[in-house]
Write a new protein. Structure first.
Length: 190
């Protein structure tokens, strides 16, 4: 049986209050949902991605624990932040792969097929991240809607709850942001 949202919120707040003993209980309560989020993120990655869902969950969880000053409003808010952390892990991973591909300050080594296969997908991730950064300068809420809907897989209603706006506002922001991102990403290839 899945723990109730209130139980997860209680565990998150206890952890924030310094009760480290609840960390294991929290991880057990949220692990299945974090794995689902990680799998959704990885489905958008290249087929030969070397980062596995378990590693993505673990890295994102560590980043979440570093945010001790965050006040978790509820279960949905926590998973929205977790999804954002997963996106950041994947972007950092893509940047690292690109840096290593270009030598990363090291002497060039023998090229292998994996570098060529992953180059396009890594570039796409970095382009999307840069486009989202540009959008956040113009319309921060639209960026959050994209993160919640696309990356976290939240429904319109769940995203509305996290952002404390109406579902109609989420739908409008989602449509405008998708059109803006499509235009931005299309112009890169031109």
């Amino acid at each position: 049986m899945e723990p109730a949202g209130d139980d997860i919120t209680l565990l998150l707040n206890q952890l924030k209050q310094g009760r480290a003993e609840v960390q294991e209980q929290l991880m057990a309560a949220i692990y299945r949902e974090l794995r689902r989020l990680a799998a959704a993120h990885l489905r958008r990655e290249r087929d030969d991605h070397t980062l596995q869902a378990t590693e993505l969950v673990n890295e994102a969880f560590v980043k979440l624990l570093e945010h001790q000053n965050c006040t978790w409003e509820n279960r949905t808010h926590f998973f929205a932040i977790a999804s954002t952390m997963m996106r950041r892990v994947l972007v950092d991973y893509a940047r690292k792969r690109n840096r290593l591909k270009r030598g990363g300050g090291e002497a060039p080594s023998e090229l292998n097929e994996e570098v060529f296969i992953s180059e396009q997908k890594s570039a796409e991730i970095l382009e999307l991240d840069a486009a989202l950064d540009r959008l956040s300068q113009l319309e921060p809420r639209q960026t959050r809607v994209v993160e919640l809907r696309y990356f976290a897989g939240l429904s319109v209603e769940e995203a509305a709850e996290v952002l404390s706006v109406s579902p109609k506002t989420i739908k409008r922001d989602w449509n405008v942001a998708r059109a803006w991102l499509h235009r931005e990403l299309s112009s890169i290839g031109s």
